[in-house]
Design a protein around this ligand. Structure first.
Ligand SMILES: NC(=O)C1=CN([C@@H]2O[C@H](COP(=O)(O)OP(=O)(O)OC[C@H]3O[C@@H](n4cnc5c(N)ncnc54)[C@H](OP(=O)(O)O)[C@@H]3O)[C@@H](O)[C@H]2O)C=CC1
Ligand SMILES: O=C(O)CCC(=O)C(=O)O
Length: 345
């Protein structure tokens, strides 16, 4: 929160908790000078979850001599918010729910959804999808892909087992399945999932190539939304956007991460709001606010595209252009109102 984004090239795999704790504390010994509740507020991301946030928050508190809402994703007994761990995955599913509804594709019930990743975003997206009646047909990690072989897909029980595996920083190869999924070494899921309605990249950047985008179209995929940041390559986005223009109502509809995965940072904002007020909201209060935020993110991008981007009859609005322009307009307008730029007369 605040516009900064940074990280470290420290690989936690194969490290003990003590080594990870020492790294987090050393990292914060320097970083604490540059962050604050009213400047930049770091949060979890790839390889950084509640455990690492805890170590860094403790180091910040000691260095700064203050207890304040300066990292998000904190533990519930020391300033965290309910639903923050779930927020990015749940928010993604809520956002795509609006894409389905707007385009007349109905609900999640019976839809086959391909997911990549098996970390924070993928885990909670998968659980919410299963709750809403969808079939999750794949997950993946940096070593390969797990693809469902039967009609019933990956189950909630599977996800719980995978959560434990990932909390121990183990690969998906250690997942014991009852024969309803297959492991494809070194692969991403997209070309191995068979018929699919929705694809949600939730692992890392550049994880959908041009060829994989074309494969998803051939598999009948109608909705693609990024849980990961910059999950699709520019070439893949071009495939989706060209299809949207050419095939109109029959097209694939693509949503960029800056809109579809904003639930995580949004609930970080809600965590900060609770910290400032010294209040704790209930699970359903936070979830309802998250649903509203995702609805607004969807309609803001959609309506901005309708306002600014010329479209032919029957074409679905570009959520890429709409979300980019909506972000730009908000900043440009605020800068104008605050006198940072003005017209000549
Ligand atoms: N956490 C959040 O709130 C938010 C996250 N995001 C984005 O979502 C994505 C996932 O983040 P998150 O779930 O938090 O991270 P996690 O570290 O919890 O999970 C990352 C997942 O991606 C896999 N992965 C990492 N690197 C690669 C790679 N090079 N190739 C293939 N798979 C890879 C990991 O596999 P392995 O276990 O083998 O390392 C793991 O399954 C990222 O792009 C992140 O920036 C966006 C908004 C908010
Ligand atoms: O919660 C946050 O502030 C940031 C979450 C995140 O990793 C992201 O939005 O890319």
């Amino acid at each position: 929160m605040g516009g900064g984004k940074g990280g470290a090239d420290f690989d936690p795999k194969g490290k003990s908790d003590a080594e990870i704790r020492r790294f987090c504390c050393a990292f914060m010994a320097e970083l604490h000078k540059h962050i604050g509740a009213d400047t930049d507020v770091p949060a979890g991301d790839i390889g950084v979850g509640g455990r690492e946030i805890g170590y860094m928050f403790g180091a910040y508190r000691k260095a700064a001599g203050r207890f304040e809402g300066v990292l998000t994703g904190k533990g519930l007994s020391w300033g965290g918010s309910l639903i923050r761990p779930e927020a990015t995955g749940y928010g993604l599913v809520y956002y795509v729910g609006h894409m389905l509804e707007f385009s007349g594709a109905g609900s999640y019930a019976g839809k086959r959804v391909a997911l990549s990743g098996s970390g924070n975003v993928a885990q909670y997206a998968a659980l919410k999808l299963i709750e809403l009646g969808a079939t999750v047909v794949s997950l993946s990690d940096s070593k390969g892909a797990l693809v469902a072989t039967g009609e019933s897909g990956i189950t909630g029980e599977d996800i719980n087992a995978i959560m434990a595996i990932k909390a121990a920083r183990q690969p998906l190869t250690t997942f014991q399945n009852a024969g309803h999924v297959k492991w494809i070494e070194g692969a991403r899921p997209w070309l191995h999932v068979g018929k699919v309605d929705i694809a949600l990249p939730c692992a890392t950047q550049n994880e959908v190539s041009k060829e994989e985008a074309e494969g998803l179209l051939a598999a009948g995929c109608k909705f693609v939304a990024e849980g990961s940041n910059m999950g699709c390559t520019l070439e893949a986005i071009e495939v989706f956007e060209n299809n949207r223009k050419e095939k109109k109502g029959e097209a694939v509809w693509y949503a960029p991460g800056k809109a579809a995965n904003c639930g995580g940072v949004a609930v970080s904002g809600l965590e900060m709001a609770q910290n400032s007020q010294r209040l704790n909201w209930t699970q359903s209060e936070v979830d309802e606010k998250l649903k509203d935020i995702m609805k607004n993110a969807f309609f803001n991008g959609l309506n901005t595209a309708k306002t600014y981007v010329e479209a032919t009859e029957g074409e679905l609005p570009s959520l890429v252009a709409g979300s980019n322009i909506a972000g730009f307009v908000k900043v440009a307008q605020a800068m104008h109102d605050q006198g940072d730029w003005w017209s000549k007369n």
